[in-house]
Design a protein around this ligand. Structure first.
Ligand code: 2P0
Length: 368
């Protein structure tokens, strides 16, 4: 019943998402189970398009015919001379040591940690599909890499969709969301368009994203303060915050109530009520980071200027609310109908800053 793609290749496109109620910290690092549920908007524009091609696609690890010997050989090589082949065979780490996947991002061939992370992720798919073939992964972004504009979300959502299709797996949206989560937590939300809730859950089966009906037409205005690579990865920063920040448990406790209030505000089409909790949740997350030891501070001087410009807009009657991720950039939640005017007011107050409107985007899709 598995309708394997004849060419063993597939291309998928996914968009970034911006969390309104944040994910910050893992209850289970290996499975990427978060400590809190989160809520996000998938945007248009900021996207990743990824092609995955499994080479020598006839090789199988599980129950193949003549090709099976190849798979065994790969595993025997991986075990080395310590005789651990029977114990370690087919574990994801063993395969990635031997399978020469290639990864090209925006025309640049990758090595080291980014390739290793993609290989480990592909191992989940290879294991599930019963294939041992190495993959050629080619990715193009319209998102500045690692600048707190959620590049890992669109990247792993696109990779999950393209690689699972190329491997012949037919996954439901929920299965795809669970799979993308293993690559990067926030990626599970980019499987869907519009407003999306990631249920924290307590294990692999219960931690997935799902779309949430949103009667408001919202927009996110990005104030691009820095497109430079952030000083510390969110993965590292979350770990440090969880381990050392005395404010972190308080943020986690507040988050459940924030989610309830946010969902109620959405259902009531009350942008002011939504915005208030969105801004508070993000600032609380940053407060918990700043209280880590050593402190995690993503803010730059222009960050404060942008945050106060947004507060000033509210004084002038606009419904505009700030949120921030693991970077210095400020994102502004507003109604789609007001976005042009809010952006223009922000440009007046923040001369020289790049300010872009993003409307709501769609979920991941396989394009070829
Ligand atoms: C979010 N962020 O909810 C939060 C808010 C950044 C701040 O999800 O370790 O790249 O790969 O699961 O998803 C960024 O973290 O972290 C993130 P991993 P991810 O959007």
């Amino acid at each position: 019943a598995i309708g394997r793609n004849a060419s063993n290749s597939a291309t998928a496109c996914a968009h970034a998402n911006i969390a309104l109620i944040k994910y910050w910290g893992k209850a289970d690092e290996g499975l990427v189970i978060p400590t809190t549920s989160s809520l996000s908007l998938t945007l248009d524009g900021l996207s990743t398009q990824t092609t995955v091609e499994f080479l020598d696609g006839d090789e199988t690890l599980a129950g193949g015919d003549g090709a099976r010997a190849d798979g065994d050989e790969v595993r025997a090589d991986a075990a080395g001379s310590d005789g651990s082949a029977t114990k370690s065979d087919a574990t994801p780490d063993t395969i990635s040591d031997t399978v020469p996947d290639t990864l090209t991002i925006d025309g640049v061939l990758q090595h080291g940690t980014s390739l290793a992370r993609v290989s480990r992720f592909l191992d989940l798919i290879r294991e599930r599909a019963g294939i041992a073939a190495p993959a050629r992964v080619t990715s193009r972004n319209t998102v500045p890499f690692g600048a707190g504009l959620a590049s890992s979300a669109s990247a792993f959502a696109a990779l999950a969709a393209a690689a699972s299709r190329a491997a012949g797996l037919e996954l439901s949206g929920r299965e795809l969301s669970r799979l993308a989560r293993r690559g990067s937590g926030s990626a599970c939300r980019s499987i869907y368009g519009g407003l999306v809730k990631w249920n924290a859950g307590h294990d692999d089966a219960t931690s997935y994203a799902q779309p949430v009906e949103c009667p408001m037409d919202l927009a996110i205005i990005v104030i691009l303060i820095s497109a430079k690579e952030k000083p510390m990865s969110s993965r590292e920063a979350m770990r440090l915050t969880m381990r050392t920040s005395p404010l972190y448990p308080a943020w986690v406790r507040a988050s459940a109530d924030d989610m309830t209030r946010a969902l109620a505000a959405v259902a009531a089409s009350n942008l002011d009520a939504l915005g208030e909790v969105v801004e508070a949740n993000a600032l609380g997350m940053h407060a918990s980071m700043m209280a880590a030891r050593p402190a995690v501070i993503y803010w730059l001087p222009q960050t404060i200027t942008a945050l106060s410009a947004v507060r000033d807009l509210r004084k002038h009657g606009y419904s505009a609310w700030s949120t921030m991720d693991a970077g210095a950039n400020v994102k502004v939640l507003t109604a789609a109908a007001d976005a042009e005017q809010v952006a223009s007011e922000l440009r007046d107050r923040l001369p020289g800053q790049t300010i872009e409107i993003h409307h709501i985007g769609s979920g991941v899709r396989v394009v070829e």
